[in-house]
Design a binder for this molecule. Structure first.
Ligand code: ATP
Ligand code: MG
Length: 407
């Protein structure tokens, strides 16, 4: 569906005398029969021509020759053939020049499998042998690998991530150049590093990525990340059994024997969101806590956790435990946990039949921290110990609780 819309972009450009090709990741993924998620188009038309031919557009990166063209609500990035000037900061070229030769545009791209273009007739332009490398399952730098990694050090991690996503090896000279230039990764913004690591962890074969990181000493500049990938690598294959990124990160930290505090500090180093950091810290803490005695889910312990962390986090924690301790029956265990959760007559403070204000009035006490403390105790008793969730029973239980505290 999308392809026929994209074809219209190519057709319009060709009908006006320009060349137009699909290029980069979409060609690679199409040839590998993998899902294509974004379609990039390159052309010898200048951005001004593209804008003129496609009135419905957004000039997303005019300086770099990119115009986003919209066809029936779908966006396609159309980029003028270009070469890149001298690189600054080991990441970005200082400037770009538009050129008329497709080969020059392909030459600036990182790996041979990403340096192919295909026209509407499915004719392939592959000047650097990308197809042969894909058949041999190899990631190979275009041109001189040392130069290419020195220009842009993010390519070091892109190579690792593609190897993990596709299950490819890295070609020998490319790999040697990666070891040689590894320290340049320190110049790359931590957000970019994190995004590539996320893609690697989310891939089919994260252990390939971990092994490559260790082999090339990619994180030699960061003691924390170096330790994480060095000490977790052999166990990380287990992550195949969990789905979400926080779970995968937690497993990695756990395998490398990070404490939850160390894991949280590492998440902060990678500038992860507060939400992700909290979830990862929770998983690592529980994995370490439950490890020595893990056998069967203990009703009371899970009950507390279900109340404190909610269903979603507990379900993910259970999946993590199953990934770590093989001998459990996953379906049976998750089903029993779910049953326990659904059997709890109340699950949150909001569901209690009284509010903090009711408590305050009934007990004739000034507002203060005691309210949350008492509500929490009532919730636990109502959820796990059979205290009926009625105003009368809750108030009576609250009175006892407060009297006990005051003694
Ligand atoms: P993904 O599946 O992650 O989208 P991709 O190869 O499409 O992989 P993009 O970041 O979308 O990656 O980039 C599109 C294309 O631009 C690449 O296929 C490659 O040709 C080129 N490219 C992207 N980043 C770089 C880079 N750092 N150095 C050289 N070429 C790059
Ligand atoms: Mg892409």
């Amino acid at each position: 569906m999308t392809l026929h819309l994209a074809n219209r972009v190519l057709e319009t450009l060709e009908n006006h005398g320009f060349e137009a090709y699909y290029v980069g990741g979409c060609v690679r993924d199409w040839l590998l029969s993998r899902p294509v998620h974004d379609i990039d188009i390159c052309t010898n038309a200048h951005p001004g021509d593209v804008i003129r031919l496609f009135p419905d557009h957004v000039p997303t990166g005019l300086k770099h020759g990119t115009v986003s063209v919209r066809i029936e609500g779908q966006f396609f990035e159309v980029t003028t053939y270009r070469t890149e000037g001298k690189y600054e900061d080991y990441r970005r070229p200082a400037d770009v020049q538009f050129v008329s030769d497709l080969r020059l545009d392909l030459e600036r791209r990182d790996f041979t499998m990403n340096a192919m273009a295909m026209n509407r007739m499915k004719e392939l332009q592959d000047p650097f042998g990308g197809q042969a490398d894909m058949a041999a399952r190899l990631v190979r730098a275009v041109g001189q690998p040392l130069e290419r990694f020195r220009e842009d050090a993010l390519r070091l991690l892109r190579a690792v991530r593609f190897a993990a996503q596709l299950g490819f090896a890295i070609e020998a000279r490319t790999l040697a150049a990666m070891s040689e230039t590894a320290s340049l990764l320190a110049h790359i913004a931590v957000e970019r590093v994190r995004e590539e690591l996320n893609k690697m962890l989310g891939s089919q074969a994260p252990q390939i990525g971990c092994d490559l990181i260790n082999e090339t000493e990619l994180f030699g500049y960061s003691p924390v990340l170096q330790r994480l990938f060095r000490d977790s690598a052999s166990q990380f294959w287990r992550s195949a059994h969990v789905n979400s990124l926080p779970q995968k990160w937690a497993l990695l930290f756990y395998a490398a024997q990070f404490t939850s505090e160390e894991a949280i500090a590492a998440c902060q180093l990678l500038r992860m969101s507060k939400r992700e950091t909290e979830a990862i810290g929770f998983f690592v803490e529980q994995l370490r806590h439950l490890q020595p005695e893990w056998d069967q889910p203990k009703p009371l312990e899970w009950g507390q956790l279900l109340l404190e962390a909610g269903w979603e986090k507990c379900e993910q924690l259970a999946q993590l435990l199953l990934a770590c301790w093989w001998n459990q029956q996953p379906q049976a265990m998750l089903a029993s946990l779910s049953e326990q959760y659904h059997a709890m007559p109340v699950k949150t403070m909001k569901e209690l039949a009284i509010t903090g204000l009711d408590l305050q009035l009934a007990l004739q006490k000034k507002p203060g921290e005691w309210i949350v403390h008492v509500l929490r105790t009532l919730l636990r008793q109502a959820a796990l110990h059979g205290l009926p969730n009625t105003p009368h029973d809750l108030i009576e239980a609250a009175k006892k609780e407060v009297a006990q505290d005051e003694h």
